[in-house]
Design a protein around this ligand. Structure first.
Ligand SMILES: Cc1cc2nc3c(=O)[nH]c(=O)nc-3n(C[C@H](O)[C@H](O)[C@H](O)COP(=O)(O)O)c2cc1C
Length: 382
């Protein structure tokens, strides 16, 4: 029996998992029902990123997941909580600034619109779907696990999840955020270090003029959150966990499970664009690294640099915040996804991306991580 099957954690036993491994949710195109189901059916916890789905599509997707995941195994669905001092404020500022300010922001991107033969999107009334409608659709569809990022879900959402026996998880990037999630009654906390791919989940206000954006690493965040919250709350390590060695290290640091993103983006079942997968599999750390960028969405996210990140790196503070910049870049990102244009596509990737080499099926990736931990244990003569 594998070490990870034997490894006793409350998180595993509460959810009936064979392995303490979560495939992280991917908002946007990389999440597929096939990927989530393959991980859940192979003994881990598959997650589906539903942040950009309409309420109807959320209900439909949860129905499809329920059919694809066998034997009553759990799966997770993920939503983004709106941040009052960030997205809500940025949209209000855009409306107050009017069309003139909007056109100035759109103008910066005109050569990219031209490249794909599109116009800038029209001045928006609303951007994205209403969170309350999304979360109601998710609650009604009753997934086994509902996970959140970018904030503390409102009390009525947590109460309804508890009433329905839906297990809740949410992401913290600092100890203070973990304590806020604990106080709200979240069941498990994802401790997401700065190494992680995709958007930073930081949600408590900070003033960039006075203090830098929180940049706690997984290695330091996991044990500090473990020490700060009640023993009964599972802590999940996310960010930089791409290898069996990192899984073992995260468990040693006090994590009850790991959440792995980048290593599953390259899976056959993932919906990521072929050029995105290929860029992650590029082996040379000298040839490439990853950067934190606001250029694509207006919110800090980690990915592989390309034409867009490079052009705006030194003037990022002039760009509008999330979701305005996200809305502005969508027309060319959509086309780039179809044409595999590396220069215009988001290439989210964690700091350990160059350690990823298995681009087989999700089941195979999961199994090789599980077997790899056994090799680590044997090597350490435990
Ligand atoms: C393409 C992509 C999209 C992501 N979208 C989300 C999301 O919508 N919600 C979320 O909680 N995490 C999201 N993440 C973060 C992952 O779920 C996971 O926590 C992270 O990738 C872990 O770090 P690693 O990539 O170093 O393994 C995303 C990651 C990637 C690569």
């Amino acid at each position: 029996m594998s070490y990870l099957t034997r490894y006793p954690t409350t998180f595993k036993s509460t959810l009936g998992l064979q392995y303490p491994i979560i495939q992280g949710p991917f908002g946007g195109g990389a999440s597929t029902v096939a990927l989530t189901a393959a991980v859940s059916n192979s003994g881990g916890l598959g997650s589906y990123g539903a942040a950009y789905l309409s309420p109807n599509d959320i209900s439909k997707t949860i129905g499809e997941l329920r059919n694809a995941v066998t034997d009553g195994r759990p799966f997770s669905v993920n939503l983004w909580v709106p941040i009052e001092h960030d997205d809500v404020k940025n949209l209000a500022a855009l409306k107050a600034g009017g069309k003139e300010v909007y056109e100035k922001h759109a103008d910066r991107l005109k050569k990219y619109y031209k490249k794909v033969g599109r116009d800038a999107p029209p001045f928006p009334d609303q951007i994205g779907h209403n969170f309350e409608d999304q979360v109601q659709a998710a609650l009604e569809a009753n997934p086994p696990v509902l996970s959140f990022i970018m904030g503390v879900p409102p009390p009525h959402v947590i109460a309804e999840a508890k009433r329905r026996n839906i297990y809740t998880m949410a992401t913290a990037t600092t100890v203070a955020e973990a304590l806020a999630l604990e106080a709200a009654g979240i069941d498990a906390i994802v401790a997401s270090g700065v190494e992680a791919a995709g958007h930073r989940g930081t949600f408590l206000p900070f003033n960039p003029a006075e203090t830098p954006n929180p940049d706690d690493t997984t290695f330091t965040l996991v044990p500090r959150i473990r020490a700060a919250v009640k023993k009964s709350i599972p802590v999940i390590a996310a960010g930089g966990v791409s290898t069996p060695e990192a899984i073992f290290a995260a468990l040693t640091l006090g994590a009850d499970a790991v959440q792995i993103g980048t290593a599953f983006v390259v899976a056959q079942e993932s919906g990521a664009a072929p050029i995105h997968k290929q860029s992650i599999l590029e082996k040379s750390d000298v040839a490439r690294t990853t950067v934190l960028t606001r250029a694509f969405s207006g919110r800090q996210a980690r990915g592989i640099p390309n034409a867009i990140t490079k052009e705006f790196y030194s003037v990022e503070n002039e760009l509008p915040g999330y979701p305005v910049q996200n809305y502005l870049t969508l027309p060319f990102r959509k086309v780039a996804g179809r044409t595999d244009d590396k220069d215009l596509l988001v290439l989210w990737c964690g700091q350990s991306g160059t350690l990823v080499s298995n681009n087989g099926s999700a089941k195979d990736i999961l199994q090789s991580l599980v077997d790899g931990v056994d090799s680590v244990v044997a090597r350490m003569k435990l």
